[in-house]
Write a protein that binds this ligand. Structure first.
Ligand SMILES: C[S@@+](CC[C@H](N)C(=O)[O-])C[C@H]1O[C@@H](n2cnc3c(N)ncnc32)[C@H](O)[C@@H]1O
Ligand code: SF4
Length: 103
């Protein structure tokens, strides 16, 4: 079956929060240091490697949404998010009208 016409949504998980809420069952952890650019860079590097290693699964299909969830992804420095999005755009075929959500 040819799935090329089915659009793909990319989900990126950033698992750190200011604190861990007692009721939370999600994959999230209290951040140990605020705005540690080295941790952010290292995590982004691993995300991009993971994406690269799995690109063969996507083949020619196009991405129409990118959702960055968590955790609390807004704890990342805006420059880290910008770098991540630029790097992803280079690797993926995005639709002309793609949408980004960061919560
Ligand atoms: C995992 S959080 C991620 C976004 C952000 N950190 C927040 O708290 O809004 C997404 C939503 O899941 C809810 N949530 C967390 N733990 C839950 C649980 N055990 N059962 C139901 N909802 C939960 C949170 O209250 C929040 O509204
Ligand atoms: S993901 Fe949201 S609900 Fe879970 S610990 Fe972080 S802030 Fe709390």
């Amino acid at each position: 079956m040819n799935n090329n016409f089915i659009k793909i949504g990319l989900y990126i998980h950033i698992p750190w929060c200011i604190k861990k809420c007692p009721y939370c069952d999600f994959n999230s952890y209290k951040q140990t240091k605020e705005h540690d650019i080295n941790i952010e860079k290292s995590y982004i590097k691993h995300l991009l490697t993971d994406l690269q290693n799995n690109l063969y699964l996507i083949k020619d299909r196009k991405i129409n949404t990118i959702f960055i969830g968590g955790g609390t992804p807004s704890l990342f420095h805006p420059n880290s998010i910008k770098f991540l999005i630029y790097a992803i755009k280079k690797k993926l075929k995005l639709l002309l009208t793609w949408k980004l959500q960061l919560k």
